[in-house]
Each structure stands twice: as structure tokens, then as C-alpha cells.
Design a protein around this ligand. Structure first.
Ligand code: MG
Length: 369
């Protein structure tokens, strides 16, 4: 089997509401996503999606996915998409780094591999565990009352896990945590996501002020060294998100005991092939997981569920459906959706189990053949 054509489709994804990252320091109103379609000489077509949230969140941007595809796609023509490690090695030779820009191409290759095997990607990643994954909300920074109001909206959709963005001034953060914990329902989990907003001293002050509460903190500070300082002077579980990019990062977090939870975002780490490697060493280390993508619609969300369900259910804390934040839908009625607060891979699918409706995403901006 050979890749014969790769098409690239940009899509602007308006957010239903403006979104402020932790600390209220960055506002987002729309996402810049990219769909990739890989066609083969066997007539099998695979799809992937890459969306790095916005250009101020990570060292990544939507236009970068398409600019990288201009280099990567010609190099992949003629190669067998089912050989996913070789495909990734070829992408690395063609363009070192730029992992986020490789994710959509990698997902599309897994989609083809699954269709050829007649199996869902989750099975090819090692075996699909049947239990669905709780979906985490994404609660934008605001006053304690505004944030509770947002949580209440997600409760109407049966969400039981909430990713709450804090990180303004430490005293306000302590107020927010105490207020939201006092209003937490039985069976709910709230994790407090800093998106790197605190200095180590601020993180230590806030976390120790609420050390009587059973809560999780995500990515408290900018760097792994700063997070290690926090780890050594606090007791609550720490999830590492933005600093988890490469396999080396994963090894460093494990060996230096910086965090107990990995938030693997498949777009950030470069796709399912690389996410699988990080997953394996984390399972071995007894790390728990949040499995997400950095943004996008139902195609990215569905790829995420395949990775999530390749992990034993007792090691999964939650996932995220970015599709619930955006106002357009590239594949209505298809793919992984919110089912009473849980997400799972599509039933009886071979490959990814979702493909965009091309009439909804418009013309390709580039075709390589
Ligand atoms: Mg996070």
C-alpha cells in the first residue's frame, strides 16, 4: 500500500463563548484547526485533525500545521501509511521537531491501519478497554460565583469531572478553591489547572493553604524545575500538562518524581505513535492519566478516545471533548460524543470511526500528489 495523495483543509472553529486561560491572562475566541486526508492506492482514505488551541498557548500555531504539511506531505507520498513508526521516523528526518504539526498526519495513518485490519485504533494500540472515560469540563477563569455557574452548566450535561482554570493572585485562588470545594457534589472531581500561571512560591502558598482538601493541581508553574520545587514542598497530586512534550520529558518527570498524573495531549506530543510510547512508560511507573487533545473538533476528540481506552480504566482520570466548546461540527452524528458525561470510541468502527463531511469543511487549501 502506498500514499497517493494528501489533502489539507483549514477550518476556523468559533468558540461558543470567549475563553480565558488560567490567570485570565489570555483570551481566545476561535481556534484554527487543520484536517488532513490521506488517500492510498488501495482506495482506503484516512483522516486526522490538528489544532494547537491558539497561537499564544503553546509554541505552536494552526498555520504551522499547514506550513509543516507543505514539507512533510511530499516526503510521505509513495510510503506505506500502515507502518506508523517508519512514517514518524520519515517525518523526523524531513522536519526535526515540530511535533504538534505531525499529529494530524500520524492520526490519518492510524485510521488507514485500522481500516485495513478491520479493527478500531484502540485495539491496535494494545487493546480497547470497554469502559468509557469521564469527560472533564474546561472552566474558564472568573470570579468564584462565575466559575460555579459554568460548572452548573456542565452538570446539566452530566459532567462529573471539572478542569478549573485558576491562577490570578494567591488569595483569590484560595477563595476560589474553598468556594468550589464547598459546592462540589458527591462523586465529582475538580482539578485546578494553572496552565503555568503560578511562581513556585505562590503555588506552595496556595496548595499548603488548602492541604486539608483532596484536590489535584495541574501544571502549577512554567517549567519542570519549578514544578519540582513545588512538588518537594507540597502534598497534593500534581498533573503535568504543558511540560509533557517528548518521551524525554516523560522520563524526566517520572525519574525526578515531579508529578503523579500525565495529561497527554496527542496534538502536543506529536500524535498517537508518540503518545503510545509515553503511555507505556507511564503505566509502568504507576502514573494516572488525563487524555486529551490541544483543541479541535470531533475528529481530534475521537482520536483521543482511542488512546484513552487503550489505558486500563482505573488509571484514567478523564478526557476532554473540545467539540463542546466550538460552534461548528465537521462530522455531524459521527465519532465520540458526550454520553451522560462520558466519552468512548465509536461502536464497531474500523480505524478512527469518523470522517469529516467534505461539504462542511470546504475546499482543500493544498493537495500533494
Ligand atoms: Mg491543563
Amino acid at each position: 500500500m502506498q500514499i497517493t495523495r494528501i489533502s489539507v483543509f483549514p477550518q476556523t472553529q468559533p468558540l461558543r463563548k470567549p475563553y480565558w486561560l488560567s490567570g485570565g491572562r489570555l483570551k481566545f475566541e476561535q481556534l484554527d484547526s487543520t484536517f488532513v486526508k490521506i488517500e492510498t492506492d488501495d482506495g482506503i482514505t484516512g483522516w486526522g485533525e490538528g489544532c494547537p488551541w491558539g497561537n499564544t498557548y503553546l509554541p505552536a500555531f494552526g498555520g504551522g500545521v499547514r506550513a509543516a504539511a507543505h514539507l512533510l506531505a511530499p516526503a510521505l507520498l509513495g510510503h506505506d501509511p500502515r507502518k506508523v513508526d517508519k512514517i514518524n521516523a520519515l517525518m523526523d528526518i524531513t522536519l526535526p521537531g515540530h511535533l504538534y504539526a505531525k499529529s494530524a498526519l500520524d492520526i490519518a495513518c492510524w485510521d488507514i491501519l485500522g481500516q485495513c485490519a478491520g479493527m478500531p485504533i484502540a485495539d491496535l494500540l494494545g487493546g480497547c478497554h470497554p469502559e468509557p472515560t469521564p469527560i472533564a469540563s474546561s472552566i474558564s477563569t472568573g470570579t468564584p460565583e462565575e466559575m460555579l455557574s459554568l460548572i452548573n452548566e456542565y452538570r446539566k450535561k452530566d459532567y462529573k469531572v471539572h478542569s478549573v482554570k485558576i491562577g490570578a493572585d494567591p488569595q483569590l485562588d484560595i477563595e476560589r478553591i474553598r468556594f468550589l470545594e464547598a459546592n462540589r457534589n458527591p462523586g465529582e472531581l475538580i482539578f485546578y489547572d494553572l496552565n503555568r500561571a503560578w511562581l513556585p512560591a505562590e503555588a506552595i502558598e496556595v496548595m499548603n493553604s488548602v492541604s486539608n482538601l483532596t484536590v489535584i493541581f495541574e501544571q502549577p508553574c512554567e517549567t519542570l524545575d519549578q514544578c519540582l520545587t513545588v512538588r518537594q514542598k507540597t502534598t497534593q497530586p500534581i498533573s503535568i500538562d504543558e511540560n509533557l512534550v517528548t518521551l524525554d520529558d516523560a522520563q524526566s518527570i517520572i525519574h525526578r518524581r515531579i508529578g503523579e498524573i500525565f495529561n497527554i495531549k496527542i496534538g502536543r506530543v506529536g500524535g498517537l505513535t508518540r503518545a503510545r510510547r509515553i503511555r507505556d512508560i507511564a503505566i509502568n511507573a504507576g502514573i494516572k492519566f488525563l487524555i486529551m487533545d490541544t483543541g479541535g473538533g470531533v475528529v481530534a476528540d475521537t482520536a483521543t478516545q482511542h488512546l484513552a481506552q487503550s489505558i486500563p480504566v482505573d488509571m484514567r482520570i478523564g478526557t476532554w471533548l473540545c467539540q463542546e466548546l466550538i460552534s461548528n461540527d465537521a462530522a455531524p452524528g459521527q465519532g465520540s460524543r458526550n454520553l451522560n458525561g462520558f466519552a468512548k470510541v465509536p461502536d464497531h468502527c474500523a480505524g478512527l470511526g469518523v470522517a469529516p463531511d467534505e461539504s462542511l469543511i470546504g475546499e482543500a487549501s493544498a493537495v500533494y500528489q
